[in-house]
Design a protein around this ligand. Structure first.
Ligand code: NAD
Ligand code: UGA
Length: 451
């Protein structure tokens, strides 16, 4: 086994594979990094000026490394690259299963399994295979079994190196991570991967564990983060009926150094491609391994989140009553600074508003409206506004669902909203006094807004 890899291949050029490999290539110019994807359109976009992923800072990183030691290629060319690779990352999607055993909860490993098969078919010599995708604990057993079938007498080590980046801050998170986690069964391959990260990550931030702990720790970290959001959102409902204000409560709770201030921002509900699917995976693992009490505990984090989205839309529908009218939805992305709307609160809330017979005008600076409607399964009664102003004109209600900076600075007094319109702040980012001065009504998640 080589002590430092010369050639890395990553299978999967998505939100994780693309940015992660770009940073590795940028920081390790002596390593050739090739990213392979079966989606030809995505590969073409990675090779263009219009990258398929919107992330602050990503363009500059890609521009520095692409064509030098960073390459994005299709599946057919990928087979050749696999034969030369020392390290192969699997960074494909691991969605929730929709059929078969565990449907609705367990992770669907079919894409991971097809990667393992692809590697098994083409790898030569010794290859370190790295799980970058989020996997259920003991997924490496499945990968090892498939790799064992390889026809060329190749040998393999499997490592778990889950990714902790958050969208919108991916480049910052990759360049200066809180920690890098590497789980393995033998010290040698773990050291090979650790040496790559040590080129820019301080050694004390690289945590090494057993394979199974690494796989489970990733699910656990996401579950803890989501649990904090559900905890503060549960309190937000109580704040609204008691006159307490959730940001004030969060500040007090978070100033305890044992608790800390992060991830205590009440919202219209967490979204994103991973929190829900990873907690469902954890729930399934608890059930499968005979600990149903733990499964019920984690399931509640999701149930509370679904309720939070529902009760926000319910309030708008109830307040509008027979008046009906148009709702302006500001923000379709699941958080600011990303074009990703997977599992975003906007999907459920738009569906619910439309089902109640309301008209919806949306505005988001990054999300593709047509893609959003297709995923949401909606087409009638909803339109994309070209600007905030356009969305707000004649609206009876405004629902702020994403915390984009440009929503904070809306000049409410210059907007032509409908008479008696109400602004529903699903992120607690708006200035309630400016809104009220403009003659508008105001409602914020968790009571009056603090700023
Ligand atoms: P994604 O859907 O954006 O990208 C996955 C890519 O893999 C797609 O482009 C798809 O075409 C490709 N792919 C699937 N099967 C393939 C195959 N057999 N061969 C070649 N390409 C194949 O997914 P993502 O958001 O990048 O997430 C990937 C993994 O990383 C998931 O397990 C996710 O849980 C985890 N993760 C995601 C984030 C995030 O912020 N999105 C953060 C941490 C971890
Ligand atoms: C999350 C984790 O933060 C990453 O560490 C992890 O790698 C990633 O999931 C993953 O595995 O995919 P991400 O989903 O990109 O990252 O974004 P977050 O910043 O965690 O936000 C998730 C959701 O929670 C967003 O909808 C956000 O608006 C919401 N949120 C977050 C709140 O409502 N309140 C908060 O205080 C924080």
């Amino acid at each position: 086994m080589k002590s430092s890899p010369q050639k890395i291949v990553c299978i999967g050029a998505g939100y994780v594979g693309g940015p992660t490999m770009s940073v590795i290539a940028d920081r390790c110019p002596e390593i050739e990094v090739t990213v392979v994807d079966l989606n030809a359109e995505r590969i073409a976009a990675w090779n263009s000026d219009q990258l398929p992923v919107y992330e602050p800072g990503l363009d500059a990183v890609v521009r520095r490394a692409r064509g030098r030691n960073l390459f994005f290629i299709g599946q057919a060319e990928g087979a050749k690259k696999l034969a030369e690779a020392d390290l192969v990352f699997i960074s494909v999607n691991t969605p929730t299963k929709t059929e078969g055993e565990g449907a609705g909860k367990a992770s669907d490993l079919r894409y991971v399994e097809s990667c393992a098969q692809f590697i098994s078919d083409h790898a030569r010599g010794h290859t370190i295979v790295v799980e970058k995708s989020t996997m259920p604990v003991r997924a490496a057993d499945t990968i090892k079994r498939i790799l064992g079938l390889n026809p060329h007498g190749g040998t393999f080590d499997v490592l778990s190196n889950p990714e902790f980046l958050a969208e919108g801050t991916a480049i910052r998170d990759l360049e200066s991570p809180d920690r890098v986690l590497i789980g393995g069964e033998r010290p040698e391959p773990v050291e090979v991967l650790a040496a790559v990260y040590r080129q820019w990550v301080p050694a004390e931030r690289i945590i090494t564990t057993g394979l199974w702990s690494a796989e489970l720790a990733k699910l656990a970290a996401n579950a803890f983060l989501a649990q904090r959001v559900s905890s503060i959102n549960a309190l937000s409902a109580l704040c609204e009926v008691t006159g307490a204000q959730v940001d004030e409560v969060a500040k007090v709770v978070g100033s305890d150094s044992r608790i800390g201030p992060k991830f205590l921002k009440a919202s219209v509900g967490f979204g994103g491609s991973c929190f829900k699917k990873d907690i469902l995976s954890l729930v399934y693992l608890c059930e499968f391994h005979g600990v149903p009490e733990a499964a019920v505990y984690w399931q509640q984090v999701i149930d509370l989140n679904e309720w939070q989205k529902r009760r926000f839309a319910d309030k708008i529908i109830r307040d509008l009553g027979a008046k009906r009218g148009k709702v302006a939805v500001l923000g379709l992305a699941f958080k600011k600074d990303t074009n990703d709307f997977r599992e975003s609160a906007a999907l459920d809330i738009c569906r619910q508003l439309l089902a109640a017979g309301l008209k919806v005008a949306t505005y988001d600076p990054q999300v593709e409206f047509a893609d959003f409607c297709q995923v949401a399964g909606i087409s009638q009664g909803i339109r994309s506004a070209g600007s905030i102003n356009d969305a707000l004109t004649d609206a009876s209600a405004v629902a702020v669902l994403t915390e984009w900076e440009e929503f904070r600075t809306i000049d409410w007094s210059s907007m032509s909203l409908g008479l008696g319109a109400c602004i529903y702040d699903g992120r607690n980012i708006l200035d309630q006094y400016a809104i009220r001065r403009a003659g508008l009504r105001f409602h914020a998640i968790g009571g009056w807004a603090a700023n």
